[in-house]
Design a protein around this ligand. Structure first.
Ligand SMILES: Nc1ncnc2c1ncn2[C@@H]1O[C@H](COP(=O)(O)OP(=O)(O)OP(=O)(O)O)[C@@H](O)[C@H]1O
Ligand SMILES: [Mg+2]
Length: 287
């Protein structure tokens, strides 16, 4: 396991060319430099013999948010799950093509899937706190899997606090860290899941419809959080909400029937889509 983590860490430091991209948000802070973080090459994801994602290639940039949009069943979640080796947890599933994290092939023979999942965190549509665990234990859960040695135990408290602060949840839960996570509101539970994903300090965070079950205020908090995380890591967000994609993302990919129809800067895809199918979808004239 240690080798795989090392390999990822080393390649992370040595790879990536710097690029600067135009910022589309008027209220955006000064854009930080970016570089390619995840390179997807000809990715096909199958369930048995059926391809749910077909030959998709795209580059995800560091310190940028990429939105994935498209109708139900077009392969958004499947694509996301290929980026941290979750797809293969389904018995019939298989993957073709390449996913490179900082140049390191996450499907390489020597790569440890658990190490990949620590570098590439994931949050699902419905909050999934562990019901028998306290708030503190929920945040630390990923760490326990991630780090078996005693040396880090003393720092767990600090890591939990930092992750909860980053998820904008600390002030709401700091006095009840030992109570059950199921006593939290839906929005708090989702931010708890985000804190759990952040505790391992991932390089990439995958959010699969993270606000689908949340009220407007909780949704706003998660969107603000995405915007803050953007200063540090690459974020991918699947959403059915066009306004959300427009608000939070730098790039948007439109998927249809498992294919990626279009991948453009968000400002362009929503004002001047290249493909008529993209236009039909974003204007609500689809199907
Ligand atoms: N566990 C599975 N076994 C077999 N087929 C699956 C499985 N999960 C998803 N699929 C199929 O793969 C295709 C893509 O599904 P996926 O969940 O990626 O779509 P999606 O774009 O995320 O949809 P939604 O917007 O509804 O979440 C669909 O045809 C779906 O039926
Ligand atoms: Mg989905």
């Amino acid at each position: 396991m240690a080798e795989s983590i090392l390999a990822l860490t080393e390649s992370r430091q040595s790879r990536g060319s710097s690029t600067h991209l135009r910022e589309h948000r008027a209220d955006a802070p000064v854009d930080l430099p970016t570089r390619s973080r995840v390179v997807v090459e000809g990715l096909t994801a199958l369930f048995g013999a059926t391809a749910a994602v077909k030959n998709v290639s795209m580059t995800l940039l560091d310190r940028r948010v990429t939105a994935i949009i498209g109708p139900s069943g077009c392969g958004k979640s499947t694509f996301l799950r290929c980026l941290n080796r979750m797809h293969e947890t389904v018995g019939t599933a298989s993957v073709r093509g390449k996913v490179l994290l900082d140049g390191h092939d996450i499907y390489g023979q020597k790569t440890n899937p658990a190490a990949v999942r620590r570098h590439v965190g994931m949050v699902f549509q419905r909050p999934t706190p562990f019901p028998t665990m306290s708030i503190r234990e929920n945040v630390a859960a990923g760490l326990r899997v991630a780090r078996h040695d005693d040396a880090v135990r003393g720092t767990v408290e600090e890591i939990v606090e930092k992750a909860l602060r980053r998820a904008s949840l600390w002030d709401e839960v700091k006095d009840r860290l030992d109570t059950s996570a199921v006593g939290m509101s839906g929005g708090q539970q989702q931010r708890l899941c985000i804190a759990r994903a952040l505790a391992t300090e991932p390089d990439v965070l995958l959010l699969d419809e993270p606000t689908a079950s949340l009220d407007p205020l909780s949704t706003q908090k998660v969107e603000e959080l995405v915007w803050e995380l953007r200063a540090d890591i690459a974020v991918v967000i699947v959403t059915h909400n066009m306004q959300q994609a427009a608000r939070v993302s730098d790039f948007t990919a439109f998927f249809l029937h498992g294919e990626m129809v279009e991948f453009s800067p968000t400002a362009e895809i929503f004002t001047n889509p290249l493909d008529p199918r993209t236009e039909a979808y974003i204007t609500g004239r689809f199907g």
